[in-house]
Each structure stands twice: as structure tokens, then as C-alpha cells.
Write a protein that binds this ligand. Structure first.
Ligand SMILES: [Zn+2]
Length: 162
């Protein structure tokens, strides 16, 4: 029963800080803390089953299970126009893949499909910039997805914040 090591096992978030990993070969379930995975710095990590030694990949997937409600003041900027301000926004929720925004003050009409820069505070109080693609625009509610999908510790700090 040769198993491919390229198979990907989704990591399910249990309680904010822990995830359950199930070995695809023998079914052994293990609960592990999420925190040490941050240092891996990758969206996907390798794991080895402690019972059957099967090697498989784990994909960190927080989106379906974890969308953190926040209230962060941010700004949408147009990088193609020397960072011209496009809108003042309130970041209402954040996941590893994107954000939900409430537009408070827009310089122009926003359209889905356009890519802008979202500037908003890190958990440490500094400012970070993320390229976002607007996926849905409904009135003052905008759903946006991070263009760079690699694991970002600064985003994770918000998603996993207490
Ligand atoms: Zn196993």
C-alpha cells in the first residue's frame, strides 16, 4: 500500500490554538498546538506519523473554520497611482486568506476584481501592507482576498488573537 507523500491533509482548527491531524494511512489522530507551526513559515508542512511512520503533507486551512471578528481602522491605497488613497475602511473580520471590510469613506467607486493595497495595523501596533483583490462589493461591504497566499505570521497573529 504505497502512499504518495504529495497527498495533502487539511489541518482543522479546533479551539483557536489547537488542531487535529489524522494520519491518512493508519487513522491515528493527534492534537497539536498551532503556535509552533508559525515558525515553519509555510502554508504547507510535512508531518510523519508517530505510529506507522507514514509521511504526508499538512495544509494549514483556517478559512472555513476560522474567521476572526476584528475592528481595525485601515486604508485602501492604489499602488499603481503612487499610493493614492482610495477609501478609509474598517476591517471587520480577518482570516488567513482575506478580510471583510466596511467602507467608511471612498474617494471613488470600488469594483470587484481590482487589486489594491490594504494598510492596517499589526497586532504589535505597526502598519502592514497587503495586496488585496476585491472579490465582492455590496454597498459598503467588501470582501477581499490576499494576493500573496503564503503563510503570513502578521496575519496569523490577528487570526489567532484572543
Ligand atoms: Zn499512521
Amino acid at each position: 500500500m504505497a502512499q504518495s507523500t504529495s497527498e495533502v491533509v487539511e489541518l482543522y482548527v479546533f479551539k483557536k490554538k489547537e488542531v487535529a491531524i489524522v494520519c491518512p494511512s493508519c487513522g491515528l489522530a493527534k492534537t497539536v498546538p498551532v503556535e509552533p507551526l508559525r515558525t515553519k513559515g509555510h502554508w504547507e508542512v510535512k508531518a510523519k506519523c508517530t505510529r506507522c511512520a507514514h509521511v504526508f503533507r499538512i495544509s494549514l486551512n483556517f478559512r472555513k473554520y476560522f474567521r476572526k471578528a476584528v475592528a481595525l481602522q485601515g486604508q485602501l491605497l492604489d499602488a499603481a497611482a503612487a499610493d493614492a488613497p482610495v477609501a478609509r475602511v474598517l476591517v471587520r473580520d480577518i482570516s488567513m486568506e482575506g478580510v471583510g471590510l466596511e467602507v467608511q469613506d471612498a474617494e471613488r467607486t470600488l469594483s470587484s476584481g481590482e487589486t489594491l493595497v490594504l494598510q492596517f495595523p499589526t497586532a504589535e501596533g505597526e502598519q502592514m501592507r497587503k495586496d488585496v483583490e476585491l472579490k465582492s462589493v455590496r454597498g459598503d461591504r467588501v470582501g477581499a482576498r490576499f494576493v500573496d497566499r503564503r503563510f503570513d505570521p502578521a496575519v496569523f497573529a490577528w487570526v489567532s488573537a484572543k
